[in-house]
Design a protein around this ligand. Sequence first.
Ligand SMILES: [Zn+2]
Length: 96
Amino acid sequence: MSNRSIRDGKGKAAYKRKRKRLLARVRDEGLVCHICGGDIDVTLDRRDPMSFTADHIEPLANGGDLVRNEIRPAHLRCNARRGTAADVAIEAWGAS
Ligand SMILES: [Zn+2]
């Protein structure tokens, strides 16, 4: 199954819920960026390099599953630097 078909299918809602739960934990429990260990300000605009992203432990480009895959909080900047362009594209889609 391609990433596109997962995005457009029923996995989308499940992923958005999962991402929202992670965002709430960053806000309420103070989870930090798993890449640099820094605090994440969840009020920042999602285009801000220091804003929250949900980073996939197994990159989607390597066959990671969008819904079942473990996600961890990361800065957009850190995620983009470490991960693939596909991960950032998923973020933009997930936040809309
Ligand atoms: Zn970071």
